[in-house]
Design a protein around this ligand. Structure first.
Ligand SMILES: C[S@@+](CC[C@H](N)C(=O)[O-])C[C@H]1O[C@@H](n2cnc3c(N)ncnc32)[C@H](O)[C@@H]1O
Length: 203
């Protein structure tokens, strides 16, 4: 693994003990994204890049939930949270760019704070589309630049450091989705317009 690849994963292991506190300002956006996903007790739900499992707090009882993260420490923390919440969750260590699941295995997929983090978001979306049922739905919650605009000078200036420490702040959702078998359903801006909640569905 290259040094960049190593750091890309190591940083999330480093942040894991304090992640819940770091992510607390995003709670309103996360809640909105789960509302848009509308998970129901009968759904097969996949949380991709689950982190410490904060999405679990908003999942319905009785759903069949699978959560994957490439960092074992995060998968472990998600399993602990599932136990504390008394939710039945299968946690796996896996790469979002190469999901270890059969085609059409899930009714709902959450991509929360992930597409701006991974090196190849298109690959994550292609894998998401593959494992999604034909009537399935996807929620995306992340920091994106609005389509039809260019990233501000400020965003471009801080991006090299932001990308190194946590995530890219110059990405747009629409070009990522174009070229995948998914289409953007709903879209709204949250948290001062810096973050966006969107739903994707099979095109
Ligand atoms: C910003 S955190 C978001 C965590 C969680 N989804 C949330 O909303 O709080 C990004 C997470 O993605 C995970 N991650 C990064 N690259 C990944 C990949 N290629 N496959 C799976 N998980 C990945 C990291 O380990 C980290 O837990």
């Amino acid at each position: 693994m290259s040094l960049t690849g190593w750091w890309r994963r190591a940083r999330w292991r480093l942040y894991a003990p304090v992640y819940d506190r770091l992510a607390s300002p995003f709670e309103r956006g996360r809640r909105r994204a789960v509302e848009r996903l509308s998970p129901t007790p009968g759904d097969r739900i996949l949380l991709v890049g689950c982190g410490t499992g904060l999405d679990l707090e908003h999942m319905p009882d009785g759903a069949s939930i699978t959560a994957i993260d490439v960092v074992p420490e995060n998968a472990r923390r998600t399993a602990e949270r599932a136990e504390a919440l008394d939710l039945d969750v299968e946690t796996r260590v896996a790469d979002a760019e190469d999901l270890p699941f059969a085609d059409a295995s899930f009714d709902a997929v959450a991509l929360h704070l992930l597409l701006a983090v991974v090196p190849d978001p298109e690959a994550v979306l292609a894998e998401t589309a593959r494992v999604l049922a034909s009537d399935g739905r996807v929620s995306v919650f992340d920091k994106f630049v609005p389509e039809g605009t260019t990233p501000s000078l400020g965003r471009r200036a801080v991006n090299p450091v932001a990308r190194l420490l946590f995530s890219d702040v110059t990405r747009k959702l629409e070009p990522m989705v174009a070229g995948t078998p998914l289409t953007v359903g709903t879209r709204e801006w949250v948290l001062g317009g810096f973050y966006s909640v969107a739903t994707l569905e099979p095109a």
